[in-house]
Design a binder for this molecule. Structure first.
Ligand SMILES: Nc1ncnc2c1ncn2[C@@H]1O[C@H](COP(=O)(O)OP(=O)(O)O)[C@@H](O)[C@H]1O
Ligand SMILES: N[C@@H](CCC(=O)OP(=O)(O)O)C(=O)O
Length: 373
């Protein structure tokens, strides 16, 4: 078996007792499973929920809190307890675990995004197990990932994972919620996530789970274009994570499993996380050059500029039909681009006193929608 880079996402439902509290027995099983595949040479990044579950009873809550303040306070207590349990378990196997708490803002800011990636890469190089959770206690409600499914998809993309394993309390995706419909049929393999599938995926079945199958499918839909294959299902005990990697897991496999398209992390950042500060409208010739010839955007192809942005800011590129076809980091400010739009390269370079005035370099460009020309 080839050595793989795996992101394993463990949901609250697979880490808790029936009363919603953290289950050390389940946590131990997940650790043992990770250790067993690490021994085979695979790299593992764990995205673990469970902070709220681990913390609520120490604060005197009778059950998992439902208010934002309650959840944030419980997570503040529980994240430490959760890590303590993971550190102790991994240490028994001679492994070091490391904590990373991330928020949406860490993905939106290019420098923070690169630093998070650098940290995880360094930890993997040193054989540590990065354990990631959302930074629940500081997240602003509207900005949170809500559940860790999307977080695990974004992490899988930027570290170029081969497989994202979303471990949950149900053994895969069914054509309707199996906890409500005993005749529901399971999907074993799916090439991709379609709108029809999103329709059959429902919300969480337990009191502790947050997003349900729908959020897992949305996460899979995000991870697949990054070249990551996805497994949604169950594991327990040592051998099943190995079975999962061997294609014999108890769940649903989604993707081509050919490991072909890998979008560089810098382009993933542009495509998914970056904030847009303006728009550049371009003509047909420039669209062709950008989309089909792998060229940079030159001032001559720009027909209009809107918004106020500086050099390195991210802008949307709009074609003659008014459709957003991609995003890029502008080399120049909106003021300079407005001045040189439509000009030949020589004229434009003279105006802005550069050797060669390029509006968007091809390395800082990502296609979002390919149109027939
Ligand atoms: N079509 C479906 N197939 C399988 N499970 C489904 C479906 N629709 C909804 N679910 C529910 O999704 C739940 C898993 O999501 P969730 O509780 O959020 O888990 P986790 O805590 O692991 O993220 C299952 O227990 C099940 O009740
Ligand atoms: N970040 C929260 C988890 C949120 C949640 O419930 O996520 P999930 O179990 O993946 O649906 C925690 O650690 O408790």
């Amino acid at each position: 078996m080839n050595r793989q880079r795996i992101v394993m996402k463990v949901g609250s439902s697979s880490l808790t007792e029936a009363n919603g509290a953290l289950s050390l027995t389940k946590l131990r099983e997940h650790v043992a499973a990770i250790v067993s595949i690490k021994k085979q040479g695979h790299e593992v990044i764990l995205v673990s929920s469970g902070a709220i579950a681990a913390g609520f009873s120490a604060l005197g809550y009778p059950s998992r809190p439902v208010t934002v303040a309650g959840k944030q306070a419980a997570a503040a207590v529980g994240q430490g307890l959760l890590m303590q349990a993971y550190l102790a378990e991994f240490a028994k196997h001679g492994l070091t675990a490391a904590q990373l708490l991330l928020t949406r803002e860490d993905f939106a800011d290019q420098k923070r995004y690169q630093n998070a990636l650098q940290t995880i890469t360094e930890l993997l190089k040193r054989s540590a197990v990065p354990i990631i959770n959302e930074n629940d206690s500081t997240s602003v409600e509207e900005l949170t990932f809500g559940d860790n499914d999307m977080l695990s998809a974004l992490v899988s993309g930027f570290i170029h994972a081969d497989t994202l394993c979303m471990i949950t309390d149900v053994n895969g995706l069914y054509d309707s919620n199996p906890t409500q419909n005993p005749n529901a049929k399971k999907y074993h393999f799916l090439p991709n996530v379609t709108d029809d599938l999103l329709m059959v995926a429902g919300h969480a079945g337990s009191k502790v789970g947050t997003g349900g199958m729908k959020s897992k499918l949305l996460a899979a839909q995000t991870a697949l274009p990054f070249g990551v294959n996805v497994f949604i299902g169950k594991t327990s005990g040592q051998s099943t994570l190995q079975d999962l990697l061997a294609g014999k897991g108890d769940g649903t496999y989604i993707g081509s499993f050919k490991h072909e398209t890998v979008m560089p992390a810098s382009k993933q950042w542009l495509a998914v996380h970056s904030h847009v500060n303006g728009q550049i409208k371009i003509d047909k010739g420039a669209e062709k050059a950008l989309m089909y010839e792998g060229k940079s955007l030159l001032p001559v192809g720009i027909t209009s500029v809107s918004g106020s942005f500086g050099p390195n800011d991210v802008v949307e590129i709009i074609n003659e039909k008014g459709k957003v076809i991609g995003k890029g980091q502008s080399t120049l400010s909106s003021v300079d681009l407005t001045l040189i739009k439509g000009m030949s390269s020589n004229e434009a370079s003279e105006q802005v006193k550069l050797n060669k005035a390029v509006a968007i370099h091809r390395d800082q460009w990502v296609t979002l929608a390919k149109e027939r020309m």
